[in-house]
Design a protein around this ligand. Structure first.
Ligand code: SF4
Length: 481
């Protein structure tokens, strides 16, 4: 479901660009969550410093990840939990299957784990004959539909309530309604029964704290409380980078995460888990497993140019402001991590050449950096990925993508660094553009390979007088141009 070619990306994106319902849904997300998040940032005094503090915390943790991971492991084991470090996604899946087989698990309830999407856990569980039920409302909706999530924290953001009503009527046999509380009640009824009879719970984690030995899971629906406490076994899947060293670091990150993710000061439920039920505790699993998943993260960690991407706390904030994501939606990316973070993270873990379309599809407008709670410089990393595609990089197994593109960019660089040549070509282009078809003053079709630009939008013609020429004239004439 998540592998994709550049051609498929273009096809899906072209379809999504025309989907006005998708744009309405994503626009609401942008307006509501984006604005709330900025307001809440500003309430932390002084707003900008909080992002710097969070960035410094993440940077310190990622730079000392080996020590932090060891402390977390020791503390979880000391409380009776089991910890497994999975090198690859396949290792993590196999570990989950082994635990499930040992406990003769027939039904798994899940929640809040994009990582399980990354490692394709659900199909493996289903293939082993284990019923796997998502318990987060959005994840449940996309699962009923047979789709992947389309947003990191709002998996079913692309659906209207009317569509959800029709889906529940079809799949759950309920009478049609588009009333949100009634729809929620229907999902609750269906899921409650699954939770009560599940043998195993699997969840993700938003962050862990090495000092205390616990994993923190943020939710707004209470499903995680049930997933993590009612079944006999609980497995938490966590990327090796999603750890805080101390409780103080953990609190800084949590405060920024909930603001950026949902525009909330704090989420409705925060679950802290870190081991099996103790003898005097009324609930909790009999067995607790923490699966720490590497799956390409160590390779990123080893490269100082890209290490910063591991600072990400997966809040989804960069998606809500990205003009590309807001136009093409999450499914076009063909990766559980969509939007700007996906355009950097997915190529690094799956192959830069194989996922070239993702980093080439972004605009480099910089909005993602502005909103990121840990000030991740995604535009810098996107540019670097593009440079590797142009020049090749044996360290990352990237072959130069296209001789023609390389030649074009070399020529471009030559022109841009020679003023006389630039001016001469600009003069020629001004004359040449008179031959191109126009509508309302805009060029509607560029020639040759440049035609890709005008396939979906018009092109502004070169001004008859450039800024440089106006400036020179103004200085020459000694008056406003
Ligand atoms: S890059 Fe920043 S804004 Fe985007 S998901 Fe990660 S933490 Fe959130």
């Amino acid at each position: 479901m998540h592998s994709q070619t550049p051609l498929k990306y273009r096809e899906l994106a072209a379809g999504a660009v025309k989907d006005s319902q998708l744009h309405r849904a994503l626009g609401m997300m942008r307006d509501k969550v984006g604005r709330n998040a900025v307001n809440l940032y500003n309430q932390i005094a002084p707003g900008q410093d909080s992002r710097r503090a969070a960035k410094a915390v993440r940077s310190r943790i990622v730079d000392n990840l080996d020590v932090v991971l060891e402390t977390l492991t020791e503390n979880i084991r000391a409380r009776g939990g089991q910890v497994y470090l999975a090198d690859t996604g396949a290792d993590a899946v196999e570990y989950c299957l082994q635990v499930a087989r040992r406990h003769q698990v027939r039904r798994v309830v899940k929640g809040k784990s994009m990582l399980s999407e990354e490692i394709c856990l659900n199909p493996a569980l289903e293939a082993a004959g284990i019923e796997t039920v998502e318990t987060d409302l959005g994840e449940y909706i996309v699962q009923l539909k047979g789709e992947a999530p389309s947003h990191i924290i709002a998996p079913a953001i692309h659906y209207t309530r009317e569509q959800v009503g029709a889906l529940f009527a079809e799949k759950l046999g309920e009478p049609y309604t588009d009333d949100p509380p009634s729809l929620t009640a229907m999902a609750r009824k269906a899921l409650r029964e699954k939770m009560l009879t599940a043998d195993m719970g699997i969840s993700g984690g938003n962050t862990a704290c090495a000092e205390t030995g616990h994993v923190t899971i943020v939710s707004n629906e209470g499903n995680i409380r049930m997933t993590s406490t009612m079944p006999r076994v609980h497995i938490v899947l966590l990327g090796i980078e999603k750890i805080a060293a101390t409780l103080e670091d953990h609190d800084i990150l949590l405060r920024m995460l909930t603001r950026a993710a949902a525009g909330q000061k704090i989420s409705t439920y925060i679950s802290y888990v870190g081991g099996p039920r103790l003898p005097d505790e009324p609930d909790g699993p009999e067995e607790f497993h923490l699966v720490l998943v590497d799956n390409g993260r160590s390779r990123i960690l080893a490269d100082p140019d890209f290490r910063e991407v591991l600072h990400c706390v997966r809040c989804g904030g960069c998606l809500n402001v990205c003009p590309v994501y807001l136009n093409i939606g999450g499914h076009s990316y063909g990766s559980p991590y969509c939007g700007p973070i996906g355009a950097v993270f997915t190529p690094l873990t799956r192959g830069i050449g194989e996922c070239s379309h993702l980093c080439q599809g972004e605009t480099l407008c910089g909005a993602c950096k502005q909103v990121c709670p840990v000030d991740n410089d995604l535009p810098r990393m996107l540019s670097l990925l593009r440079a590797k595609l142009a020049d090749g990089d044996p360290k990352w197994d990237v072959l130069p993508q296209s001789r023609a593109a390389k030649l074009a960019f070399t020529a471009w660089s030559l022109v841009m660094s020679r003023r006389g040549l630039y001016d001469a070509l600009r003069g020629l282009a001004r004359m040449g553009q008179r031959l191109l078809p126009r509508r309302d003053g805009w060029i509607v079709r560029l020639p040759g390979p440049l035609g890709g630009w005008t396939r979906g939008r018009d092109f502004p013609p070169l001004a008859e007088e450039s800024f440089g020429e106006r400036w020179a004239r103004r200085n020459r004439d000694g008056r406003d141009a």
